[in-house]
Design a protein. Structure first.
Length: 276
């Protein structure tokens, strides 16, 4: 049975778990190791079953604990060459990834990593480099697209491939524009290499999803420039304008910034909450 958990989603720290009965991976580890240990234990997930780490990009909220986890559990880290270089330079990463634990992936190439078929793809963002991942396992296509400044053709294609989709809904444009951020930061967030707004997220899903999409989680919400209910309602309104009904055509949820999600059991054509 394939399980998914979000251990954190936002600028305070990002970390996502995907696991089969015998193999597991983490996408980004920007949360603290102590909290990750506790939360995984509470959910009955044994971290020693995590055998792979995938990294999207080299910003601190995605990589802070990557080196420490890799060292503690002797787990290889998969990232592009530029992202590995960025991790090495980032002063927020106190323990770097050991050289023998570094594995380089190339966007557009598919890799068999344990039980998972993993395809990284380029995502526009102002990091050294940024990728999303399509992860195929047990008949499920699981796609994660976070910290995305604009919706490229590649991003559209991956949305269309997904049974299960994590996608950024970072900000409400009006809240950001009228909020306290300095002008340069507002411009960065709104740029083509910044972050996706709620409306852009809804549009991307509506225009590119297929009938096989079963569940969408909105991720990486801004604490200052968004609200979970606002993000959900904005995306839902856009979907409904296309005749797409969340709750009927697929499930739509918002991932919390600092609180782990439920444990989801992922089945092609269905999703159920696990009882823990």
């Amino acid at each position: 049975m394939l399980k998914f958990v979000s251990f954190g989603s936002g600028s305070s720290g990002n970390c996502y778990y995907l696991g089969t009965a015998t193999d597991g991976l983490l996408v980004d580890i920007g949360v603290g190791i102590r909290g990750l240990r506790k939360n995984s234990r509470d959910y009955g997930i044994h971290l020693n079953t995590v055998k792979h780490i995938l990294v999207t990009h080299d910003h601190a909220d995605h990589i802070k604990s990557v080196g420490a986890f890799s060292f503690d559990f002797h787990v290889p880290v998969y990232a592009t060459a530029k992202v590995h270089e960025g991790i090495e330079r980032n002063y927020c990463v106190q323990r770097k990834v050991a050289s023998d634990m570094k594995h380089i992936v190339t966007p557009g190439e598919t890799y068999q990593i344990g039980q998972f078929s993993v395809t990284p793809f380029l995502v526009p963002h102002d990091a050294s480099e940024n990728v999303g991942y399509q992860i195929d396992v047990e008949g499920v296509s699981f796609v994660i697209i976070t910290d995305v400044g604009s919706v490229t053709d590649e991003v559209k294609q991956r949305i269309g491939n997904a049974h299960y989709l994590i996608i950024e809904a970072n900000h409400d444009v009006e809240m950001l524009t009228n909020g306290p951020y300095p002008a340069y930061l507002k411009q960065r967030i709104l740029s083509q290499t910044g972050h996706l707004s709620n409306a852009e997220c809804g549009q991307a899903i509506a225009e590119n999803m297929t009938e096989k999409l079963r569940h969408v989680w909105l991720c990486h919400l801004s604490e200052e420039n968004n609200h979970p209910e606002l993000a959900r309602k904005t995306v839902e309104t856009i979907l409904r304008s296309y005749g797409i009904i969340p709750g009927k055509d697929f499930q739509l949820e918002v991932l919390k910034r600092k609180i782990p999600s439920e444990v989801y059991e992922l089945i092609p054509g269905n999703v159920q909450l696990s009882l823990f």
